[in-house]
Write a protein that binds this ligand. Structure first.
Ligand SMILES: [Zn+2]
Length: 391
């Protein structure tokens, strides 16, 4: 029998269960307590009603919320794109190869270097409250390099995505059909055992709707579930394809038609918004209000990658979503926790209710609203993962 611990004297507890607390989607409980046993939450409610436990932790009138679920990152990479960012922000032309720069550096790196970079970023994310983090391949683009990326990622997270279809590999620049055949054939065979998800960058200059359909369908046949980089830089078929194939998530969603919005609202496919990408590229913000008002499920994620969004901070993304995308603080916090869990089709994370995994954040603030109210301030004071305090 594992020992039980009560975290008590919580000013504001975010449970993400509307049947608890104030009845809002966040299921807020004031003056609350959480009881953790082993790696699970076993009880939540008012402090004064908390059951007896072996151990007691006083939250000191702070806020507690579920650990952030970052459902979209690209962390198996090597190299650096500081100069590309600097040029873009300075209005100077820059003609290095974007993703291709990272592909070349990643291929040249040893396993130990790639794994060290990955674990450094995972630790960085954990310190900022992220307790579940999805990550992808996509900077190898050969059979061996893609499989290696996934093998390394699977040592550190259960949410691993095969993104051989990030861009057409440079060797296949004149033969995109040959590359799609590789991604759906030999590369898929090598990668499927190490991944849970398959993803494709459906965009002009990457993969069109028919190529994306072929890739995702081949992945599904091998037991991988789809998610899609959709409608990021332009209008296109990505979102509707994601909905058609019951993808867990359509990610970016920056350029949407009314039909795209209606398709998302009528589906289980989550619209995952990645405001770090728009911030880092000075791109137009996705219209979160339009999606929310239509009834779509919205997640927030970092898209952490060395080219277009080099942040691992979910609090930063929450602040951007509130300030620039007109989400309410409650909506943004929900999307960064329960929304991310929905985008990973998980019901054991992203909430603090009996049976959920004991992944939680104690803020150095009395309310979750401070995540947007005090942008850039390191408010994450404690992080518990699977019932163990890690920060
Ligand atoms: Zn991405």
């Amino acid at each position: 029998m594992s020992s039980s611990t009560v975290i008590t004297n919580i000013a504001t507890l975010v449970t993400n269960d509307p049947s608890l607390g104030d009845g809002s989607p966040l299921g807020l409980v004031r003056d609350a307590a959480v009881v953790v046993e082993g790696d699970r939450v076993v009880w939540t409610g008012a402090s004064r009603k908390a059951p007896a436990t072996d151990n007691r932790v006083d939250a000191g009138g702070r806020a507690v919320l579920p650990g952030f679920v970052d459902s979209h990152s690209h962390l198996v990479f090597a190299g650096d794109r500081t100069e590309e960012f600097n040029a873009r922000m300075s209005g100077r032309p820059y003609s290095a190869g974007g993703i291709r720069t990272t592909v070349a550096a990643t291929r040249a790196a040893g396993d130990a270097e790639l794994e060290a970079t990955l674990t450094r970023h995972l630790a960085e994310a954990l310190r900022q409250g992220t307790t579940t983090l999805e990550t992808k391949s996509g900077y190898g683009l050969t059979v061996e390099d893609e499989a290696r990326a996934l093998r390394l990622a699977a040592r550190h997270t259960e949410e691993v995505t095969y993104l051989g279809a990030h861009i057409v590999a440079p060797e296949y620049a004149d033969d995109p059909a040959g590359y799609v055949a590789l991604v759906t054939g030999e590369m898929l065979d090598a990668c499927a055992p190490h991944a849970r998800w398959i993803d494709v960058f459906c965009e002009k200059g990457a993969f069109d709707g028919e190529q994306a359909r072929a890739i995702l369908t081949a992945g599904k046949a091998r037991g991988l579930h789809p998610r899609v980089h959709a409608n990021q830089l332009s209008f296109g078929p990505g979102v509707r394809l994601a909905v058609e194939l019951d993808a867990a998530s359509a990610d970016h969603c920056t350029h949407l038609t009314d039909e795209d919005v209606a398709a998302l609202a009528g589906s289980r496919t989550v619209a995952t918004l990645l405001p770090g990408a728009e911030f880092s590229t000075r791109g137009p913000w996705p219209d979160a209000r339009r999606l929310l008002d239509a009834g779509a499920t919205v997640a927030l994620s970092t898209d952490c990658n060395p080219g277009s969004s080099y942040t691992s901070s979910m609090p930063f993304c929450i602040a951007l979503a509130v300030r620039e995308m007109h989400m309410t603080p409650d909506e943004a916090v929900w999307s960064a926790t329960a929304g991310g869990a929905a985008a990973l089709r998980r019901d054991d994370i992203g909430r603090l209710t009996p049976g959920a995994r004991a992944d939680l954040v104690v803020l150095d603030a009395p309310s979750h609203v401070h995540l947007a109210y005090r942008p850039g301030v390191p408010l994450v004071r404690q992080v518990w993962r699977r019932g163990v305090r890690e920060v």
